[in-house]
Design a protein around this ligand. Structure first.
Ligand code: C2O
Ligand code: CU
Length: 465
């Protein structure tokens, strides 16, 4: 196994991802950032310097479980303090298994600078979401593949075509020129696919060709042929509800020890539009959970744990009777090694006859997807769970008005985010935090603790010396 060392600087640069120039967050002057090639067992070390000058920064390594390194998970307010302008933070973690992964910002709405592309800055989008009246971000202006798209060219993304729109006349050297994959006939090629969208659910096909799916979220599956794949934000490879894990994939334990029901609703708080889980809209505290729990700083977040279920007479087919919700920063405290079932329950949004798709992503663990169903989950649905060969994933979708059942063994000590991967939804409160075995976490780097109450605690200690 190798140690692979990288030095990355993040700063705003002018770029034309979709042929329209805007400031974008670049890594080492480029957009998108560099690809890391590594093998199972390798250690990745990234010295990340924030040169954004106006905002904090963290990077999350989506799909890497961070076994034994929860402080390297890159979630602001959860695993670490945001890296301040001018500061450097070192991410050091092991590649725990082969697969296709991606990385992205996990502070504010920084991830919205990804595969779907808006001409409005992330900051303007954020202000709109936090305004009365509410301003939705709407559809992205472009879709980018490997950072390249063509705004307003629709099907005209060809070279040297006579187009009336000057930006659509591409020669091939432009930043927005579509990437060409040169292939030979009758050869088999591997494509690594990740949906880094902030909003869109996509479908991917290769004209006149079939694809064989072999891996999803870092887990091999029994190969199967498809014409196209549906892919939701946060998924690598794809999300058919019916596919089989490869032989040798661990099976889920037969019983759960704790079941958490999570009702997903759209709500209002003081006139602002929010998303809530069991009527709590997540607000992140200024002291990251990992440090505050490790050092017993109880005032850092809501002492009251969030609810384990929702009222059994809630009608998921109608807008909420009482749309009022509350902010909360409480944590699901889970005993280490507990077998946990999570039932994600979808419901009607604020307006009638609207229920959206939400791709939920768990940090620090993979889970088995035991089943999907329509309507409200009931105990009888448990009989239909697939315990024989359920797929192992880190992201799973809840379909409109439906439920999705997940099982995982909470065996990786840390404080972990579990949330809808649609960036504006997370920003509006659609997530929860799980904490387990934090007392076993040692060697949290000081830089990860240098804010909020942990910051105060450690700077006081320093002064005493
Ligand atoms: Cu890719 Cu917490 O997300
Ligand atoms: Cu969502």
């Amino acid at each position: 196994a190798k140690v692979r060392h990288f030095k990355w600087t993040v700063e705003y640069v002018y770029w034309s991802p979709d042929c329209v120039e805007h400031p974008v967050m670049g890594i080492n002057g480029k957009f998108p950032g560099p690809t890391i090639h590594a093998k199972t067992g390798d250690t990745i070390v990234v010295d990340l310097t924030n040169k954004l000058s106006t905002e904090g920064l963290v990077i999350h390594w989506h799909g890497i479980r961070q076994l034994g390194t929860p402080w390297a998970d890159g979630t602001a307010s959860i695993s670490q303090c945001a890296i301040n302008p001018g500061e450097t933070f070192q991410y050091r973690f092991k590649v725990d298994k082969a697969g296709t992964y991606f990385y992205h910002g996990h502070y504010g709405m920084q991830r919205s600078a990804g595969l779907d592309w808006w001409h409005k800055s992330v900051h303007e989008q954020e202000v709109g979401l936090n305004s009365i009246p509410f301003r939705w971000i709407n559809e992205p202006q472009s879709l980018l593949i490997n950072g390249k798209g063509q705004y307003n060219c629709s099907l005209a993304a060809h070279y040297n075509i006579s187009s009336s729109i000057s930006q659509c006349k591409l020669k091939g050297g432009e930043q927005c020129a579509p990437q060409i994959l040169h292939v030979r006939p009758n050869k088999v090629y591997r494509l690594r696919i990740a949906s880094t969208t902030a909003l869109a659910s996509l479908n991917l096909a290769i004209g006149n060709h079939k694809m064989v799916v072999v891996e999803a979220d870092g887990n091999y599956v029994q190969p199967f042929e498809v014409d196209d794949i549906d892919i939701y934000s946060g998924e690598t490879s794809h999300s058919l509800t019916k596919y089989l894990p490869l032989m040798g994939t661990p099976q889920p334990p037969k019983n759960y020890e704790r079941r958490i029901l999570l009702l997903n609703t759209q709500n209002k708080i003081d006139g602002f539009t929010k998303w809530s889980i069991n009527n709590v809209s997540l607000t992140l505290p200024s002291t990251p959970y990992l440090g505050s729990i490790r050092y017993g700083l109880k005032r850092a977040f809501d002492a009251k744990p969030p609810p384990e279920k929702f009222s059994s007479d809630y009608d998921v087919t109608k807008p909420p009777v009482n749309p009022n919700s509350t902010y909360g920063s409480g944590v699901y405290m889970i005993r280490l090694n507990t077998i946990v079932d999570v039932i994600l329950q979808n419901a009607n949004a604020l307006s009638g006859n609207v229920s959206e798709i939400h791709p939920w992503h768990l940090h620090g663990h993979d889970f088995w997807v035991l089943g999907y169903g329509e309507g409200k989950f009931s105990d009888g649905d448990e009989k239909k769970f697939n315990l024989k060969n359920p797929p192992l994933r880190n992201t799973a979708v809840i379909f409109p008005y439906g439920w999705t059942a997940l099982r995982f063994v909470a065996d990786n000590p840390g404080a972990w985010a579990f949330h809808c991967h649609i960036e504006p939804h997370l920003h509006m409160g659609m997530g929860v935090v799980l904490a387990l075995g934090v007392e076993h976490v040692n060697n949290i780097p000081n830089e990860a603790l240098a804010c909020g109450l942990t910051g105060k605690k450690f700077s006081k200690q320093k002064q005493k010396h």
